[in-house]
Design a protein. Structure first.
Length: 159
């Protein structure tokens, strides 16, 4: 929902030009789709414990997709998801933050109540993900938390 609302917000926010809004909104949607449903299942999920666990389902459900499109990786490589500037973790964060940053100037230049509501919804979903879903639901109960750099950074490994 975050990605879809973000793409709509970008498209609507920059609709004052004949091409910019739809172009930037579409590019954002394509980037976030590729990052979430291609890069993650091909490069991160094969190295996760959920890939190997029979009848398991991680919080994102991407381990099911990954089993269909990728070969099993190595558990030791799972922490590498957070290494490097263009690592999957950073690309995921970019896909979450871009619509927020893109809608701020759009609100200034092309204010509308609908755009403001989309912005607030995307910010709300982002904050909900960072402060509720990750630390209190997903990462806290995740089987991979002992190998995951994100779980270590949030301090949920020993809870």
């Amino acid at each position: 929902m975050h990605f879809l609302l973000g793409g709509i917000g970008i498209a609507l926010g920059y609709s004052f030009t004949s091409w910019a809004g739809y172009t930037f909104g579409s590019l954002y949607l394509m980037f976030s789709f590729v990052e979430m449903y291609v890069i993650m299942p091909l490069s991160v999920c094969p190295n996760c414990v959920y890939y190997r666990a029979k009848d398991s389902l991680c919080i994102s459900g991407l381990n099911i997709l990954s089993k269909k499109i990728a070969r099993e990786g190595d558990l030791k490589d799972f922490p590498r998801r957070a290494e490097g500037l263009f690592c999957p973790n950073n690309l995921y964060l970019v896909s979450l933050i871009v619509p927020v940053l893109a809608m701020i100037p759009a609100l200034i230049v092309n204010f509308s109540i609908v755009l403001l509501l989309l912005f607030l919804a995307v910010v709300g979903l982002l904050l909900f993900r960072f402060f509720i879903i990750f630390p209190k639901v997903a990462c806290l109960h995740c089987t991979a938390k002992y190998n995951c750099p994100q779980a270590e950074a949030m301090g949920v490994r020993n809870l």
